[in-house]
Design a protein around this ligand. Sequence first.
Ligand code: ATP
Length: 282
Amino acid sequence: MNTSLDVDSLSAGYGRIRVVSDVSFTVAQGEVVAIVGRNGAGKTTSLSAVAGLRYGPCGGSVTVAGVDVTGSSTVRVVRSGLSLVREGRRIFRDMTVLENVRLGAFTRRKTKNLGTDLEYVYELFPTLRKYSAKLAGELSGGQQQMVAIGQALMNRPKFLLLDEPASGLAPAVVEEMYDRLRLLADDGMGVAIVDQSVERILRWSDRFYVFESGRTALAGASGSASIESINAIILGVVRFDGAGPAPSGRLSDGAQHEELSHAVFPQGGDTEQDHNSSRPSS
Ligand code: ATP
């Protein structure tokens, strides 16, 4: 049985403009996957399209644990087992913490286990239990992010995508939040996190993807990757052929990918091509 989220050759954009042209990535249940890339690389657009939020024509395919949700509505994507925590902590500030978290379950047909799921969220984030009757707008940024994550968890997702959840938060708060997300993965969830900090997210993730100009540029195992090389790619200091600015290579660009892989995985590492061969079988 296929137990992964598979995004293949995704394209997406706004109105008639296509800003994502070829994004592919996989998230297995039980792992944390990092997505990094410079501003405007297409990370938000990709995650939104995967979650069924479309602002223009989309292409490619999205499969959630074997269920093809390509072109499906957000509600169907959520029901298939995928939740997105969008950038910017989109919660209702004038509603209580409890009301916000419970709202996350609105797509569910069966409400029988809501109490159990709420308890699961409270156990993960005890602060939310403590402030359940408080207005969400009165909480700190980190606590509001917990509300947003708690809301997403009420859909009982198999896969949780988070778009820059660390944005604007103090390092200690981020560490605590990532520790919780790691627990979710250890519990069997597939977690994908967009983070601006390569150094930080490589510490918390099992694998990573670099997005560049609307494409998946590179992928591999987080433990064996060189942070400096990935940052150099993101900043445009290194090209796929190691020559100059403006990286434009692709994961499948044979020789260029080979050369870049040596820089990113100096000890020889588990690149995405290696990883693909060990994907969970369907
Ligand atoms: P960031 O880290 O800045 O959020 P990102 O990698 O998430 O960057 P996107 O936000 O997906 O990138 O943006 C990809 C491209 O799409 C950029 O060129 C951006 O200007 C453009 N874009 C984003 N939102 C819109 C929009 N609502 N309408 C038109 N173009 C947009």
